[in-house]
Design a protein around this ligand. Structure first.
Ligand SMILES: [Zn+2]
Length: 70
């Protein structure tokens, strides 16, 4: 395999890691899970957004609980 290329998960042909479409089988690589190629920044950004959403939900629940209990 050429350096800088990764095997296509669909056909196994060497494709560029950031290619959105396989040049060999024309497969849509953006729809295929690529654990080794997922940028850590986007993952942590998504995780932080989920944490913020969770914190907002918890805050809302904490604010609403006394009102609901009364
Ligand atoms: Zn392919």
């Amino acid at each position: 395999m050429s350096p800088g290329r990764v095997p296509c998960p669909l056909c196994g042909g060497p494709v560029h890691p950031i290619a959105g479409r396989c040049r060999h089988c024309r497969g849509d690589l953006t729809r295929v899970a690529r654990p080794s190629m997922t940028p850590a920044s986007s993952t942590s950004r998504r995780g932080r957004a989920a944490l913020i959403a969770m914190a907002l939900l918890l805050a809302a629940a904490a604010l609403a609980a006394p009102i609901l209990a009364a």
